[in-house]
Design a protein around this ligand. Sequence first.
Ligand code: PHE
Length: 339
Amino acid sequence: MREQLNNIKAQAEEALSSVSSIQELENVRVKYLGKKGELTAVLRGMGALSAEERPVIGQLANEVRQFIEDILTKKMKELAEAEKRIRLEKEKIDITMPGRTRSFGKRHPLTQVIDEIKEVFLGMGYQIAEGPEVELDYFNFEAMNIPKNHPSRDVQDTFYIDGNVVLRTHTSPVQARVMKTQKPPIRIICPGRVYRSDEVDATHSPVFHQIEGLVVDKGVTMGDLVGTLQVFAKALFGEDTKIRLRPHHFPFTEPSAEVDVSCWSCHGSGCRVCKGEGWVEILGAGMVSPKVLRECGIDPDEYSGFAFGLGVERVAMARFNIDDMRLFTENDVRFLMQF
Ligand code: PHE
């Protein structure tokens, strides 16, 4: 029996020296120390021993058990350490790796310009008005003193839905819609999309944007119009910007003018941006025609007003030095992200 115990000790030591996982270790433990293990089997046979031998063998058996348990504990510790090390290695985070960057969107340059212009006029106490893009011929033309067969319809040829309904050619019909529903004092701007049957080229598009402005009150003068446009031009193009009014004709204003701003690029000396002019045309304006006021239910003897209509694409091209209008609608992110 002594020999049997020594064999178990030697075998267990041998087996434990080569285990490489916790599972293997557990197998060895069961094999030698488990309920049906080899050591247990030997202890069961101790009943057959003499009274002198029993304590001696009992002690030896305890020593063998202790010996094996010590190795098991030591091995267990080693294997647990090793497994932890491997897990940490696997889960290691490389803090030098660059993070995932998010790309941020941006407002379209036309939207930026519209928002900026809105801010300027909101600051002067204006309200934002809106009107339909699919508009009655009446509001787009008739109410604006452009009767059927009037020659100025030629330059504003558009898309006809039917005889009475058109895609609006300008934001001016919103003037009539506002005057018919609001009492003076009126101070509005109306940004919006407009349509004309123009061929596409670098400076023309069948769809573009305007911002209409309308002020109606007692005693409004051309001086108010000029002052307002001056404030607007400086706010948008810089403090040293000048404006220039050239006489023009619009059926719905009297007198009428086309308005230029001094070139933001060369400050008037002439360059590529202003095509050597020193000035760039950005809007049409004038005093609201008494005929239009009357048509919209406002007494021209009591009230007067001014109106202007500005081309958003023109202003944006000017602001951002863009030389082709088509770029606004091509939706090339490389282009749009520059502004
Ligand atoms: N509606 C005119 C256009 O589209 C611009 C304009 C608006 C002129 C208001 C005078 C007053 O050309």
